[in-house]
Design a protein around this ligand. Structure first.
Ligand code: S3P
Length: 441
């Protein structure tokens, strides 16, 4: 089967309702926490993507049994800090930054040597951001110049730490929180704002956690050593996956889309706030709270005129996985958009700030790029006529799916490689796009 798709026709107007798969961050966190509980935890609507399957497989290698059924998943936890594995076990995190960084937090106490590896993209990413704070608990890490593969030798007597998280990375914050869970005493974290799922799950499990929110930072105290009860959960839809459809509907002509049961935790809704500033308002209906997480239906209507934005940097973290799409919206804005303080985007599955500019340039949109910012010269009349090829993007799922959206709304003849990349986070992406009427070959 060819590993590329071709699109040469914009999508016709659509009027539809959609359900999107479960949230990736929550699916991985649920599995890791369930592994530390004593007994069976069950989860409905878990995301069945490669990142989540890699999580289950890593846990299995650490002695945790699971049962992945058609509509649910069960994990049989051995209790806090009770992994059971052979010395020199090799864990493969595949493409997943979240799994690899968070699981290191759980391994801080495992004295038998473990190796952690990943795919080509993950092996280019920075791990010092987690091994440096985790070392302070007393564990030892041997990295490949700060990257994977990593050897971990945990400690029997971890000490609680004080940690200042400065990047706004939920992966770093959560990794330390998981290490703190298994460490007697209180760990203090001062963290730049980032997604809050781990804090919410800890609270839901009645673990000993205190969070004080301030303007730019959150202060988190975790007192470790408390046993964890099993966690039954039902994962709401992933706003980062919904974002492809939000932007597709907003930029397509005369279209309407309702997406049901989406996680709208405010640390994830930067895309909604940014689009609102650009003149695209998304209606939020049937709001409810599920185990501490906000959930709602989203209603999106097409928008002809789009305003440029000088994007406030305080929205960066809550929209961190959506910028490739936001850049596409800016391509159609009437004026110049500016996004700053975005060096973290180049630390993702591919250097995404660079890829954002590359895609726009191929579309004929002018950009001015620096190491941490981009200016986008929008063209409200944009209509592509030429051939565009997108390849060699380290199989970054979000580069692939954003390119598909661009092809479906702006026209041109596109050949987009590495369609297998969708398996990382959104395996049904192409079938869902087709169900809206997209012609994809
Ligand atoms: C994630 C945090 C973010 C995000 C990633 C998922 C998480 O990464 O980009 O897709 O689940 O904690 P950083 O922590 O590196 O910002």
């Amino acid at each position: 089967m060819a590993n590329f798709i071709k699109i040469s026709k914009t999508i016709e107007p659509f009027y539809r309702s959609l359900s999107i798969e479960g949230d990736k961050s929550l699916s991985i966190r649920w599995a890791l926490l369930a592994s530390q509980a004593k007994g069976k935890s069950t989860c409905k609507n878990i995301l069945r993507s490669e990142d989540v399957i890699s999580t289950l497989k890593c846990l299995k290698k650490l002695g945790i049994n699971y049962n992945l059924k058609k509509n649910s998943c069960e994990i049989f936890g051995n209790g806090l800090n009770n992994f059971n594995y052979k010395e020199n076990t090799i864990l493969d995190a595949g493409n997943s930054g979240t799994l690899s960084r968070l699981i290191l937090g759980l391994l801080v106490h495992s004295e038998k040597k473990v190796f952690l590896k990943g795919d080509k993209s993950l092996s280019k990413r920075d791990f010092l951001r987690v091994t440096e704070p985790l070392k302070k608990f007393g564990a030892r890490f041997k990295t490949n110049s700060g990257k994977l593969p990593i050897t971990v030798i945990g400690t029997k007597f971890p000490k609680p730490i004080k940690y200042h998280e400065l990047k706004g990375s939920a992966q770093c914050k959560s990794s330390v929180m998981l290490a703190a869970l298994n460490t007697k005493g209180t760990t203090f974290i001062k963290a730049k704002k980032s997604r809050t799922h781990t804090e919410i799950l800890f609270k839901n499990l009645k673990l000993s956690i205190k969070v004080k929110k301030q303007k730019n930072f959150d202060f988190i105290k975790v007192k470790g050593g408390k046993s964890i009860r099993p966690l039954n959960y039902s994962i709401p839809s992933d706003i980062s996956s919904c974002a492809f459809f939000i932007v597709l509907a907003a930029l397509s002509k005369n279209s309407f889309l309702r997406i049901k049961n989406v996680n709208i935790n405010s640390s994830r809704t930067g895309i909604l706030e940014i689009l609102k500033l650009m003149g695209i308002s998304i209606e939020i209906k049937r709001k409810k709270i599920y185990k501490g997480e906000k959930v709602a239906d989203l209603i999106i209507r097409s928008k002809e005129t789009i305003k440029p934005i000088n994007c406030p940097k305080k929205l960066n973290s809550a929209a961190i996985d959506e910028f490739l799409l936001i850049f596409l919206v800016s391509a159609k804005a009437k004026g110049i958009s500016y996004f700053k303080d975005l060096s973290e985007l180049n630390q993702k599955e591919s250097p995404r700030l660079l890829w954002g500019a590359k895609i726009l340039n191929k579309m004929g949109i002018k950009t001015v790029l620096t190491k941490n910012s981009i200016k986008i010269y929008g063209n409200p009349k944009i209509q592509i006529k030429k051939n565009i090829v997108i390849k060699n993007f380290l199989k970054d799922h979000r580069v692939f799916m954003s390119s598909v959206v661009a092809a479906l709304v702006f026209g041109g003849k596109w050949k987009i490689y590495d369609k297998v990349s969708i398996k990382t986070s959104f395996p049904t992406f192409i079938s869902k796009i087709k169900s809206l009427g997209a012609v994809v070959t």
